[in-house]
Design a protein around this ligand. Structure first.
Ligand SMILES: Cc1cc2nc3c(=O)[nH]c(=O)nc-3n(C[C@H](O)[C@H](O)[C@H](O)COP(=O)(O)OP(=O)(O)OC[C@H]3O[C@@H](n4cnc5c(N)ncnc54)[C@H](O)[C@@H]3O)c2cc1C
Length: 408
């Protein structure tokens, strides 16, 4: 159908765009590679889906680590966290606030988010097992090609995601389409991922499975402090605080290995000296003393790391006491690599932002062609930012087409 819209990819961004087109009674067809929709969405937030967050638009933008973060201002003011919450509520799904800013569905299931996205959509407008191979520009629109069929459309929305977690169907195909159409792209690089450390693998094997609640992580070369839970794995570090900090790591690693410094306790540093003074009075051993701040395994690791041969806290010199404090609040771990982009949760890169109109997500040089969601060079930290970006840019593209459709 020439006058219709083709949406390539049935993930959160594509499904949100479809909802807008459905609302405006605009004919559309979703072409989805898999035999099911939104496989990645179902995995999000440990299958509980951190769908959005409590941040204001200004706060949301401030939290993003992208030089072009303000590009999202238009999309987020039109349809941001507040509107996403309302959209889901209108479809019978309430959200619960966790950790003071993250929203999850009250059902604790990502499937509920998918069900809400599908509630108003017509199943006849979804073509499964329809992997798009190419998009060509015609004089009066586009032809979207799958193995078995060519689809003609006036408008095309590309919502194929990045190549993070390709087993979900997202293999960054939008980059290939863009390159054929002469649209500038930025190579993908890992943005949200765990970190690899030979030091942990060799020296701190015994820490595998040890977690630290509410740690603070500092990275050499980066001013920002990161807060959250951390987990030692058999090959490095993981957990929310690591995923959050990881988007800074890739460019730093290009110059060689880096150090992250983590607090091994959630007890505030300002309370440390008084607690140590009390422990000195109580004549405790070093291990007993450190155990009031952290786990036994971490306490022993500090002692080994500092090569302390003494038994009792009161036997330590002033310098050794200072070293102990430094280890407790800034334990250094050397990071030497990151998993490949396929293993990251979210990737940076994609369609270069200067190619897109921020008030519509339309390609500036190619009227009627839109890129939305993670296939664009727009991404955020852990905390519902990435799904919000997918929904927000998908909504904007849908509304922009509706405006053109109704006036043109
Ligand atoms: C394990 C994991 C947990 C995550 N948790 C969270 C979280 O809690 N909160 C959060 O905000 N973000 C989270 N994310 C990130 C978030 O899932 C993504 O940013 C988001 O799904 C991107 O949406 P999208 O619609 O742009 O792309 P995708 O979700 O990647 O969807 C793209 C769709 O396009 C289809 N497709 C691809 N190529 C083609 C083609 N050639 N033809 C036809 N169809 C095609 C794919 O099959 C897929 O259905 C998580 C990611 C992972 C991997």
């Amino acid at each position: 159908m020439r006058d219709s819209v083709i949406i390539v990819g049935g993930g959160p961004a594509g499904l949100m765009a479809a909802n807008v087109l459905e609302k405006h009674h605009i004919p559309y067809l979703i072409l989805e590679k898999n035999d099911q929709l939104a496989k990645k969405l179902l995995l999000t937030g440990g299958k509980r889906c951190n769908v959005t967050n409590e941040r204001s638009v200004a706060g949301f933008i401030e939290d993003l680590n992208m030089p072009h973060r303000k590009f999202l201002y238009h999309a987020l003011t039109s349809f941001g966290p507040k509107e996403i919450k309302q959209f889901l509520k209108d479809r019978g799904l309430n959200l619960l606030l966790e950790e003071g800013y993250k929203y999850f569905p009250e059902t604790h299931k990502s499937l509920s988010v998918l069900e809400a996205l599908l509630k108003d959509l017509d199943q006849n407008k979804i073509m499964y097992q329809s992997s798009v191979k190419a998009i060509k520009k015609l004089n009066d629109g586009y032809v979207v090609m799958t193995k078995n069929q060519d689809y003609h459309a006036s408008y095309v929305i590309v919502a194929t995601g990045s190549n993070a977690y390709p087993t979900t169907g997202s293999s960054g195909d939008g980059i290939v389409f863009a390159n054929h159409l002469g649209i500038k792209t930025i190579p993908f690089s890992p943005a949200e991922t765990y970190l690899l450390s030979s030091q942990v693998k060799q020296k701190f094997k015994h820490l595998q499975g040890v977690s630290i609640q509410g740690t603070t992580l500092k990275m050499d070369g980066i001013k920002q402090l990161f807060h959250g839970d951390l987990l030692f794995t058999h090959q490095g570090l993981s957990g929310p605080v690591v995923l959050h900090a990881s988007e800074h790591v890739y460019p730093l690693l290009e110059k060689g290995s880096i150090h992250v410094r983590i607090s091994l306790t959630s007890i505030p540093i300002q309370d440390y000296d008084q607690s140590i003074a009390n422990l000195l009075d109580e004549n405790k051993t070093i291990v007993q003393s450190l155990e009031s701040f952290t786990s036994k395994r971490l306490a022993s690791t500090i002692i080994e790391h500092l090569h302390l041969k003494k038994n009792y806290l009161k036997e330590l010199s002033k310098k050794e006491l200072i070293d102990l404090k430094n280890m407790m609040y800034a334990f250094p771990i050397e990071i030497d690599s990151m998993p490949s982009i396929e293993h990251a949760f979210v990737n940076k890169g994609g369609i270069a932002i200067e190619e897109l109109d921020q008030s519509s997500m339309e390609v500036k040089s190619s009227s009627g062609l839109y890129f939305i969601g993670e296939i664009t060079d727009l991404q955020g930290p852990i905390g519902g930012y990435n799904l919000t970006i997918a929904f927000s840019t998908g909504h904007l593209a849908g509304e922009s087409i509706a405006k053109k459709y109704n006036t043109g």
